[in-house]
Design a protein. Sequence first.
Length: 135
Amino acid sequence: MIGLLTLLAALFSTPSQATDINNERAKYNYQLLCQGCHTPDGSGSKSIPQIKNHIGRFLATSSGREYLIRVPGAANSTLDDSQLAEVLNWMILEFGGLSTPANMELYTADEVKVLRQSALFEVTEYRNFLLSQLP
């Protein structure tokens, strides 16, 4: 009986991707700070890239993963590190579709804190370079 209780406690205390993200807060932050350019459904606009069904591709390489944090809208955001990690994770899970790897690792506040210190300036050129390197 004690073994069963220990197993159940372990199962229910293990955080899942869904519990690591406050979906309402992440969606609100996306609406407030991101959707003006990326649009409500992530389809982008004429000069802003589509993230819907594409954002997960960047997770295939460490450079691509870093890119999502280093773009000016993310790196210079008023969100703190944990909020930015949360909204990025939400965006990937919400808009990534089949582009998101099954073994995706969630962003952490510590990772965001380090990577956002070096914002990108030649965003379009760097994005095009990354896309040419991705599978």
